[in-house]
Design a protein around this ligand. Structure first.
Ligand SMILES: Cc1ncc(COP(=O)(O)O)c(C=O)c1O
Ligand SMILES: [Zn+2]
Length: 344
């Protein structure tokens, strides 16, 4: 492991990784893991990667978790990158099929790394809010680790997501409100209950798991990044994680300085990032009356808003809102044309 310290993404204050950490103790913004890439470079080469088993833990040298600790793993990562046959029309479109992860979503990547580190650092009770797939992923990895999971979900979260958490042994509480209300409930109770808060970007290691998406995309495109990446955006961990991976890979000498134009795709009924991007704002105001069938994208206020907005602008990308009707129509179109049953 070549993790050296944690650094605030806003004010740069250093934090010790040897203790469980949430947000920056100075300014309350997300912390990033800093890896000594010059040293990691000597141990991990692109050639070496190719011979390892298809799990995200083959990127171990650039991930947190000391060498002597066993990762909490269910076989996450190593998902296919499929070229679109018909749906993309004339566009050279590729789809990273993250449904092949444990618990059927890319949330497994983040939780594998975050739960591994939480256990290593001595946490026993883990808590997170979820309006979609993060809850199921946390429940699975907590079960595998022998830890308690406490999951707070909006009452109208799709039943399949709630059942999944319960069957995986998690304590599920349904809240009359949105994911932000669920997060607030955890913040209110965590100290008394002894919970470690694993909310999106409120601890530093879910991004570390998500960054492996970026490493895999580069590897699958033979170390040349695509021109454009479209990312369905809620809390934004995947977007922020991929961008971190691109910087790390450039420092490792694996890719050049060319970056994809990054696009956030949100639901018109809950599009705080789109609204802030268009208005030229640095932060995104809470989106009022958030509504959409894409339950995992119903995040009216994200703590990583400024990180996402910086990435969209630095990459000369953008932000797009899609209404629910179009999403539902597109689920059928992608399904029938590509053989992929995607979430809205
Ligand atoms: C399938 C799927 N895509 C995208 C997202 C959004 O992810 P993030 O909150 O990291 O932006 C979610 C969140 O639940 C999801 O389940
Ligand atoms: Zn700070």
């Amino acid at each position: 492991m070549f993790l050296t310290h944690l650094e605030c993404s806003a004010c740069g204050t250093r934090h010790d990784w040897r203790r469980p950490q949430n947000l920056c103790t100075k300014c309350g913004k997300p912390l990033f893991a800093v890896v000594d890439l010059a040293s990691a470079m000597g141990q991990l080469t692109r050639e070496k990667l190719a011979s390892r088993e298809q799990s995200l833990w083959r990127f171990r040298e650039v991930l947190p978790l000391p060498k002597d600790a066993e990762p909490i793993s269910l076989g996450e990562g190593g998902t296919p990158l499929l070229q679109s046959k018909q749906f993309g029309g004339d566009v050279d479109l590729w789809i990273k099929d993250e449904s092949l992860n444990p618990t059927q979503s890319f949330k497994a990547r983040g939780m594998s790394v975050a739960v591994s580190m939480a256990k290593y650092l001595g946490a026993e009770k883990l808590a997170a809010p979820s309006a979609g797939n993060a809850g199921g992923a946390l429940a699975a990895y907590a079960a595998r680790a022998g830890l308690e999971a406490h999951i707070f979900m909006p009452r109208d979260t799709p039943r399949a997501n709630v059942v999944e958490c319960r069957e995986l042994g998690a304590h599920v509480t349904l809240i009359d409100g949105l994911i932000t209300d669920c997060g607030a409930e955890i913040a209110r109770r965590k100290e008394k209950e002894g919970w470690f808060d694993l909310s999106t970007l409120k601890e530093p290691y879910r991004i570390e798991g998500k960054k492996t998406l970026g490493y895999e995309i580069a590897e699958q495109f033979n170390w040349k990044l695509p021109d454009v990446i479209l990312y369905p955006t809620g809390g934004g961990t995947g977007l922020v994680g991929m961008w971190k991976a691109f910087d790390e890979m450039e420092q490792l000498g694996w890719i050049d300085n060319k970056r994809p134009r990054m696009f956030s795709v949100q639901a018109s009924g809950c599009a705080p990032i789109v609204r802030a991007f268009e208005a030229g704002e640095k932060f995104a105001a809470e989106f009022p009356n958030a509504q959409t069938v894409a339950s995992g994208l119903r995040v009216p206020k994200a703590i990583g808003d400024f990180l996402m907005l910086n990435i969209l602008r630095d990459s000369k990308g953008g932000a797009i809102a899609i209404d629910d009707e179009e999403m539902i129509r597109t689920v059928r179109e992608v399904g029938s044309k590509e053989g992929l049953f995607v979430a809205p």
